[in-house]
Write a protein that binds this ligand. Sequence first.
Ligand SMILES: *Cc1c(COP(=O)(O)O)cnc(C)c1O
Length: 414
Amino acid sequence: MRGFNVLWRIIRNQTNNLVLFFSSRPLSTSSLGSMTLDRDDVEIAKEWLRNRAHWGNTELVAQYESEFARWNGSKYAFAFMGGRVALSACIYALGLQPGDEVILPGYTCVVVPNAFHYAGVKTVYCDIELDTYGLDVEQVKKRITQKTRVVLLHHHNGMVCRDYDAIIALAKEHGLNVIEDCAHATGAVYKDIKVGNKGAVAFYSSEQSKIFNTIQGGMAITNDEELAKRLKDYYDKAPFPDDKQIEEQLCNVLLNYFQFKHPQRWILKDWAELRYGAKRLISTVKGEEMSIMPEHYGRKMPPPIAAIGINQLKKIDMYNSRRRDTAKIWDGWCDENGYKKPLVIDGSIPVFLRYPVLMEPCKKENVSWASKELNIVLGVWFSGKLHPVDKKIDNCPNADKAVLSCINFPGLTS
Ligand SMILES: *Cc1c(COP(=O)(O)O)cnc(C)c1O
């Protein structure tokens, strides 16, 4: 069945290419606008696939963690197989107990509340503002109860959230810890400090659609010695993925590159599909959409993936600078077409994973206008309040509005 589907897709793709060719249109459009894997990452993945002698070399993981910590301006960093797992480590580190409450945005990825549910923590959703799509501090105030222990804030699409200072101050006043979800914002800066360093703990993602890419991956950081001990405790108990899973990850580096980045991807993407397609990894599996913990949850990062991470870190500033250049193009487009630009708060340097704009809902329902007018694939991420799940969450009117109307332009166009 898979063989038949693949063959059918190849015939369709290549017929489409013939049509494009004879109408003199470009053959390959970029369909994953934030792809940061390049030829050098592919060579690293191939070498690790060829030679398994060093798969147990955990010094490489320690090197990745310390390079990330130094680059990020943080004291301690721990690498896991996902931002969501790094969040679980943060929840453990903070000692959250069943019955405790967390206040978090009613506009996030389903894996975020999942990590709390797995630990028995009650999720209290809070509305966002529509300037940076972060938590609205006035709304946070209304949701604090006797049981609130933690506020989780995020820097959506790489913008430093509007109420950053205010939320940190509010949490301090009430004796609450702050977790910073920096999954979209690795490298964003506020008042000369990278985001993630103001809360008690923070996590970052190197999942394939994020700022940097190890296919799956995440980092938990803290600057507090006691919390670092607790993170390490979780880390030490976490298993590595088995060899088959590591091999799949490495094959996905190749798949990703040949499908989304290679200059001849109009033909090579079909070859890669035949060669590696059966190993394709899906970041959020069906069960997670229903809050069921997947089988291989809770793994820490093994050496071959850390090797890709080390290489990605070398390029992250270059890619983030390109993202800011791309954002200027969308700034100009918004000005010309009368749309409100996302807010860049004073003293911040955003990274623009994607560039979000509120538009007429019909422009989100059918995005073909963007490929015609701008030759891009428009993002409709956060098409549900718990992306990709459209859960009904009360008293979050701004989140409702964003779900209906917020589209996003790619942060990288080539
Ligand atoms: C992707 C994402 C996560 C989780 O990161 P993974 O590495 O995919 O586990 C958490 N929060 C937000 C807002 C995300 O977009």
